[in-house]
Write a protein that binds this ligand. Sequence first.
Ligand code: GLN
Length: 305
Amino acid sequence: MEIVLGEAVSIGRGVLEQGAVATYIPELAKSDPMALAAAYCGLDGRVCSAGDTGTMITMQSISKVASLGLALELCGEEVVFTRVGVEPSADPFNSIMRLEMRAPHRPQNPLINSGAILVLSLLPFSGSSERVAAVLETTRRMSGNERLGVNQAVAASEKETSDRNRSLGYFLRSVEAMEGNVDDILDSYFRQCAIECSVEDLAVMGATLAGGGVNPMTRERVFSRRTALVLRALMMTCGLYDGSGDFAVRVGFPAKSGVGGGIMGSVAGRAGVAVAGPALDERGNSIGGIRTLEELSKSLSLRVL
Ligand code: GLN
């Protein structure tokens, strides 16, 4: 398996120069654009990895899967999906346009920024610290890594440059789509996006979803079978934003990307497959990561379509 992963990473490296690290969050601009790693976690709980496996990245939008899973478990599907849709959006992840155009002003899906901010507002906690602690705990249970934590420098950096996400939050409140203290909800959002992890952590998280909600390493049930299925379905249709269709054609299994350069893939009944490579394409998805996953999908027959 290490050899297969290593070969896929070498092919992925071939496109790194066409990408660029995210700079709109200044702290992310310090990431190494040439880093690339891949990991695989089978449902037997064994993890293999190759490439620059020491690379630590922040989860960014991958954390939206954990907070949505938590909301589905705590509030129920009906409550969550009356407030946020489940349809793909062909717009960039931080777009405000569609929100305003049509009433009711519901975010299109929970994996774009507006939807993820709204999902956080639904969690039954009194403030940002409690809310973040619960999301962090969920990522720890999904990854089986008790040491996961928030990179404070990245969280602070995003908070300082958050005009766009602030606009989304205040717009949602102005049309009564979201209740609560917007600043407090956004604070949780910035901190959950800054949860730091390795490519192996992401592979185990993907494997937890592939195993119907049970972490194959710790054997702990993190989500119900139904929640795991809903999360995989949304990852398949919306996980790479306006690049989700292209990813389905090229790679063909549910996955969620983040602007830190991670992609967490989940192949039901088989494995979690992840990549970490901070150089992004124009849609904010890891350019080398997609190329690596495309290769792995072929060599390991991971396509679910
Ligand atoms: N924290 C990032 C943002 O809100 C997450 C976006 C992403 O990973 N695509 O802009």
